[in-house]
Each structure stands twice: as C-alpha cells, then as structure tokens.
Design a protein. Sequence first.
Length: 73
Amino acid sequence: MKILLLLIGLGFAYVGFRFLISSKKIIQAIQKYKYHQTAEPRKQELIMAKIMGGLLLLIGLYYAVLSVIGLLS
C-alpha cells in the first residue's frame, strides 16, 4: 500500500512539474483537444496553469515523502 502511495505521489509530482515547466504547450494541447484549434494562451491562463502545476507538485511531493517515511518506519 505504501509503495502504491509512493507511485501515486510521484505521478502527481510529475504531472505538476510538467504543468509548471511547459504550461503553454499543455494549454494549447487542451485547446486542440477541446476546440480542434489552438490560440495563444492569455496571461491569466498561463498563471493559472503555473499555480495548478505548483499545487500538484507540492501534493505529489507530500504523498511521496509520507510514503517514504512510512516505508522507513
């Protein structure tokens, strides 16, 4: 169970890192999937994507650290 928690935490951290680093590409990919065309992301969209990425990264790291502590104890 703790290994599964570690994998889930690392998955969240990876997705959050991707959102944080390449937010413009991810926004355009979502636009292409939903609307079948892309546009230049607005400043608010980029800021929101970076905030979401940061939160997902923190949540992932939190769960990963909890699982490592659980495995070591």
